[in-house]
Write a protein that binds this ligand. Structure first.
Ligand SMILES: [Fe+2]
Length: 156
């Protein structure tokens, strides 16, 4: 059975001042929603590593893009922000490892009982991490860039 309502709903609140960043955020949210709508599907076990790898890959592309912008503007919290990004990728790598260990532990059994809670763990981690990151951490550089723009405006 597939779930029609997306688990994470995009709202205006999540918008940044950068359409490219918004599109990257949306793409990542789509992947998490996609995994959510795969709950209950027979081949969920095969889909989990695919989604984890997509989440890691698209997030890394996004992080590089965002960090470049912040670097160009001499964002004073750049190192802290990069650490948060690195920690997130580290968590995804840990989840990938945990999942392959789970598969090794139960090589011949259907994993329904194990797989579904694991998928939930991924969905919850990704949704909580991104909502917090966009609304709290990305908001900090938005404010910084806004102040920078205001300073330029008042200088001219
Ligand atoms: Fe960020």
């Amino acid at each position: 059975m597939s779930n029609e309502q997306p688990y994470i709903v995009w709202t205006e609140e999540l918008k940044t001042d950068f359409p490219t960043i918004d599109n990257q955020h949306k793409k990542i949210i789509d992947i998490a929603n996609n995994l959510h709508s795969s709950l209950g599907i027979d081949n969920l076990q095969e889909l989990i590593p695919i989604h984890l790898s997509q989440l890691k890959c698209y997030s890394s592309v996004h992080f590089r893009f965002e960090e470049k912008i912040l670097q160009n503007h001499n964002y004073f919290l750049l190192n802290e922000h990069e650490c948060l990004h690195d920690a997130y990728v580290g968590e995804l790598i840990k989840l990938e490892k945990n999942f392959s260990e789970l598969e090794k532990r139960f090589p011949n059994l259907p994993l329904y009982e194990e797989v579904e809670p694991f998928a939930w763990e991924v969905i919850k981690f990704v949704s909580q991490w991104w909502l917090h990151h966009i609304l709290v951490e990305d908001k900090k550089y938005m404010d910084f860039l806004q102040k920078l723009a205001d300073t330029y405006d008042s200088d001219s």
